[in-house]
Design a protein around this ligand. Structure first.
Ligand code: TYM
Length: 335
């Protein structure tokens, strides 16, 4: 069986990194896999959230995913907190994972920063909830951007440890699918920093709500070096900003880096940047328009998420029943 699970946090607007690293691939994989896609609101509250904003962001992220082409009839789309098995299994995994494993997680170190003592226990245990998301469905494949690789390795470690503890091959070891030409989209202001929702500069990222003017302005202001583009990929060595923009072009146009350089090698950024902005606008504008249509009908979004949650629950509940029996818990869960 081939089953996909992947998730995205409802914190702020989606950016180009989310789209190229994850969502564009989610859409393509729908034809070949049974797909379960989740807006991970339980993960979002590992850092402080305004409740009204959280509800709004959950709808917005669902709207973007739908607008990008996820078909809620063939794929399952829901928000995590509607299916209680995620939190239930996360607790069991908290009792499987070791402190030493979690201490290695670079994302916790980055997010907790210097004020580690003040980080929530939830932020620390974030990866065990992510393992629960995936394994509550016995998913076999997980399409993500490069930054989630370490969490996926931990998921495999947890699955393996659980299987060893209970003496059977209960969980599959899920495979990461890190696909496409832009698995790690970098900031437009710094080619060595990841494009992220938490960067204070709006100019560091293109979001799914940016209009054509905003996209053009942000790309024109993007940091670059004074050299023209090279004719071959080797020439991008040591030029992180140039590499990032060329990779973004290739991912948007769905061609190779070599194809981009064959066309623009020898040209300066004065020519390349407007061409890149055109490709970005052509790709993103229809998604933004469709997202706005969805956002005008929040009840429709809520109905899609509820239907998805019911279908997800129907898969996770019997698996969780087996896990409860393996663990030795008496009685059935009410959830
Ligand atoms: P999140 O919400 O940070 O990001 C969602 C997806 O976007 C990818 N991504 C990027 N890809 C390329 N370049 C970037 N700059 C970039 N920034 C983000 C992420 O890799 C991710 O695929 N922990 C996850 C959500 C999650 C999850 C899961 C994912 C919860 N449970 C189970 C897979 C399976 C996260 O915070 O993603």
């Amino acid at each position: 069986m081939r089953r996909i699970f992947s998730g995205i946090q409802p914190t702020g607007n989606l950016h180009l990194g989310n789209y190229l690293g994850a969502i564009q691939n989610w859409v393509k994989l729908q034809d070949d896999f049974e797909c379960i896609y989740c807006v991970v609101d339980l993960h979002a509250i590992t850092v402080p959230q305004d409740p009204v904003e959280l509800t709004k962001s959950t709808r917005e992220v669902a709207a973007s995913v739908l607008a990008a082409g996820i078909n809620p009839e063939t794929s399952i789309l829901f928000n995590q907190s509607q299916v209680p098995q995620h939190a239930e299994l996360a607790w069991i995994f908290n009792c499987v994972a070791r402190l030493g494993w979690l201490n290695r997680m670079t994302q916790f170190k980055e997010k907790a920063g210097k004020n580690r003592e003040n980080a929530t226990v939830g932020l620390y245990a974030y990866p065990t909830l992510m393992a629960a998301d995936i394994l509550a469905y016995k998913a076999t494949h997980v399409p993500v951007g490069d930054d989630q690789k370490q969490h996926l390795e931990l998921t495999r470690d947890i699955a393996q440890a659980f299987n060893a503890m209970y003496g059977e091959e209960f969980f599959p070891l899920p495979e990461p699918q890190i696909l496409g030409k832009a698995t790690r989209v970098m900031s437009l202001r710094d080619g060595n920093a990841k494009m992220s929702k938490s960067d204070p500069s709006e100019y560091s990222r293109i979001t799914m709500t940016d209009d054509a003017d905003a996209i053009m302005t942000k790309i024109k202001k993007a940091k670059t070096d004074p050299e023209p583009l090279p004719s071959e990929a080797d020439g991008l060595e040591g030029r992180p900003e140039a590499r990032n923009l060329v990779s973004i072009y290739a991912a948007l146009a769905e061609c190779s880096v070599d194809d981009v350089l064959a066309e623009y090698g020898g040209q300066g950024f004065g020519v390349f940047k407007p061409a890149l902005a055109e490709v970005a606008i052509a790709k993103l504008a229809p998604i933004t328009d469709q997202m706005n249509v969805y956002m005008q009908d929040p009840q429709q979004i809520d109905a899609i998420l509820k239907d998805g949650a019911e279908r997800a629950h129907a898969i996770a509940q019997p698996i969780m029943g087996d896990i409860r029996r393996l663990t030795g818990f008496l009685g059935a869960s009410l959830g």
